[in-house]
Design a protein. Sequence first.
Length: 292
Amino acid sequence: MTAFQIRGLGPGFYAEVTGLDLSHDLDTDTVHALQQAADQYAVLVFRNQDITDDDQLRFSHYFGQPQKSVTVHRKDHQRRLTRDELSDISNVDEHGDRINVGYAMKIFTMSSRLWHTDSSFRKPSGKYTFLCAKRLPPEGGNTEFADLRAAWDALPSALKQRVELLQAVHNLGYSRVLAGSPDLDENERRNLPPTLQPLVRTHPGSRRKSLYLASHAEYIESLPREEGRALLDELTEFSTQPEFVVAHVWQPGDLIMWDNRCTMHRAMPFDEQRHVREMRRTTVAEELEEVA
């Protein structure tokens, strides 16, 4: 096993990992130890990583099967990255130059500014996401995370009883329009249909209960639309109170791994008219039998 260090940062679900070089293979014991750390903390920050896209994909594979980026289904703009499993979370073009804020590729990422959980609109949904910093703005562009296990623990008992058996319909098209991005096209609707997800889950690693929320959650299946919408908004507002939230301030060489089954996150703004922010994202699918 490769020796590494874990140090908790701020709230109890966010930790820093040092002493690992993710450009090299990891042995089984090291991966197992990282899995245990992820179960405990939910958000792990790996510092000082100088890795390639292939390195990131190899590291992601240790924890599940990488999903194809949703952008492979959109036919009206060109993907910059050649690997289907890589999502380009950047404001640069194929030459690495900064793009205009209204550039077609960029406007499809506006929903990342909303609180969300990656791939909750898919079956299987997202298990872990890995986001690697390549180039960073001098200020801004933080990523905020919310701890949905702690939020569940703090939820009033009456509200817990009300929501525990409910299910919500998650739809990428809903969050796109909510954020002011174009709706899904015909090909996206065919390949990314809405999915039904439990509103409360038991995390398979920690065995702690957690809310399962996202801006992709359009309505609650068994409730009138307005009532279900109000409940989803209430739960999101409760879960994103300051005591449940941490802001990651990116440093060069950071790679963050987070658990989509018990967290939400959102991208914070920066001056896109002046600065570049270039990131790579991979997300691995959860095993369907883990859903509870």
